[in-house]
Design a protein around this ligand. Structure first.
Ligand code: CO
Length: 495
């Protein structure tokens, strides 16, 4: 048993107890329908009208067996609808084939990509290379469907009101059954006159193919595919996220290798077979958008800054440059076969830092600067500035200023002045991805709210916190009657 951070000698920050943090990891016991939520502090703004959708792991354990990594937990969707200053919550597990089967049997029947094994040891796990589509990474709206996304396989369609699972979707034949479909679409706010969703799928091996797709998100063609292209790049690809500008889709290909043997032999999950190759050059793969001015032109490859990237904040074009803001880790953080994720020592895992990379696409040069050294994740700009230069970013950060720690605070950065604002839930609160929701009456870029789910380790349940996006002053705390484990991504749909 490792010492909790509180007792750890090698750190100056004593702002959390690891057991408080780990207490969020529990099975979601109840599925609620349109349950009215209590406001414990403040007031819900009356002009906040819409629905917050969040996805994340909801099943942590079956028959006494814990999943090996939270990313292996079955997707559970939370929807909180805001209307006339009141909030109503619905939550449902995504009825994937595997979840239904495992509910029936009461045991894990599939291996997880991040190391969860079936009961029964070597003989039960070796040579079982089936992928369990757990639909747990993001939830977005496309046409009449809500889509629960998991990047290695196809999307599950859900009813946006009831969260009932309609089934695995091919998006009206756009995708092959269970074709890889990213969990990180980007919503172009209207670079070419109308909004659209830009997304991708990756097939990887010695050569990797990126399929880049654009879908209509309003008008007569809503939900339909507008453009589709495929580009091949040499080398194995691990691409979780990407960024867009009006003319480009930008991918950062981490220098990473994949050795599938331990996976095939049942010793490791597929993602545990990834290892970073810090000595090798990461690449930027930059693909013209078919809606942009370089339609049909070839993709470009550039050298990328060192480090491992899961998530980008935003990108934009500035003269000959593409500017890309991303969260960099010194190495790929993995949880080995013998480790328990609830006992991780944050001090031993690299922290994410926000950096800006300027890529000159005409003379093939690049320069990088650190925007913020403080550990952060899940950053975003005002949604109407995706792909454009923004003045502000909002993100989740650790309470500690140096090194790694759990996400306990929300930070707003003014990129023009470097000024930072912070709202903290420490020491007893822990949080995930914040969403910046712009006010429908907005006069400036930062008019709106930041909405985030906070694990309240005193109450042992989840609070929904609304902050003023401009000031980060608390607007309202709303109590959920259940605990929701730390989730992954989500979206806001205004009504
Ligand atoms: Co992500």
């Amino acid at each position: 048993m490792q010492a909790s951070r509180k007792d750890s000698a090698n750190t100056a920050q004593k702002d959390f107890d690891r057991e408080d943090w780990a207490s969020a990891y529990q099975n979601v016991q109840f599925e609620l329908t349109n349950q009215s939520l209590q406001v414990s502090k403040g007031v819900i703004p009356s002009d906040l009208c819409g629905t917050l959708y969040r996805n994340g792991p909801g099943q942590m354990e079956r028959d006494g067996q814990w999943i090996h990594h939270p990313f292996d937990g079955d997707g559970m969707i939370v929807a909180v609808n805001f209307k006339n200053g009141k909030a109503f919550m619905t939550n449902r597990f995504v009825r994937t084939k595997a979840w239904e089967e495992e509910q029936q049997s009461g045991k894990f029947l599939y291996r997880g990509v991040f190391g969860t094994q079936k009961p029964g040891g070597f003989f039960a796990n070796a040579f079982d290379i089936r992928l369990k589509n757990i639909a747990n990474t993001n939830v977005i709206r496309l046409g009449n469907d809500l889509l629960a996304l998991w990047e290695a396989a196809g999307p599950h369609a859900l009813d946006p009101c009831t969260l009932e699972t309609r089934g695995l979707s091919t998006l009206n034949g756009v995708l092959e059954k269970e074709e890889a479909f990213s969990a990180h679409p980007r919503f172009d706010p209207g670079h070419h006159g109308y909004p659209m969703m830009v997304t991708f799928g990756v097939k990887t091996g010695p050569t990797s193919t990126i399929r880049l797709m654009e879908f209509a998100t309003q008008g007569e063609k809503i939900g339909q595919l507008l453009s589709d292209r495929k580009d091949n790049f040499s080398g194995f690809a691990f691409l979780h996220d990407f960024a867009i500008t009006p003319n480009w889709a930008v991918f950062l290909q981490n220098s990473i290798s994949f050795n599938p043997i331990p996976f095939i032999l049942g010793k490791k999950g597929a993602a545990q077979c990834l290892s970073s190759k810090p000595s090798e050059q990461s690449k930027l793969w930059i693909i013209p958008r078919e809606s942009g001015q370089f339609k049909g032109k070839e993709a470009k490859t550039f050298n990328a800054p060192p480090g491992f990237v899961f998530h980008h904040l935003n990108a934009w074009e500035e003269g000959e440059e593409i500017v890309l803001d991303s969260i960099y880790y010194a190495d790929f953080p993995s949880i080995g076969p013998e480790q328990d994720f609830r006992l991780i020592n944050f001090d031993l895992i690299p922290e994410g830092q926000l950096k800006r990379c300027r890529i000159n696409i005409s003379n093939n040069t690049m320069r990088t600067e650190v925007i913020s050294k403080q550990c952060c994740e899940f950053a975003m700009v005002n949604p109407s500035l995706v792909g454009m230069k923004a003045s502000y970013g909002w993100m989740a950060t650790s309470e500690c200023k140096q090194g790694n720690g759990p996400l306990q605070a929300i930070k707003k950065i003014d990129f023009n002045t470097g000024k930072e604002l912070l709202w903290s839930a420490a020491p007893k609160g822990f949080l995930g991805e914040p969403l910046m929701v712009k006010s429908q009456l907005a006069k400036s870029e930062d008019d709106g709210w930041v909405i985030v789910l906070v694990w309240n380790s005193v109450r042992r349940a989840t609070d929904l916190v609304i902050l003023n996006a401009k000031t980060l002053i608390l607007q309202a705390t709303i109590e959920m009657p259940i605990g929701v484990p730390y989730g992954l991504h989500g979206s806001w749909i205004k009504s």
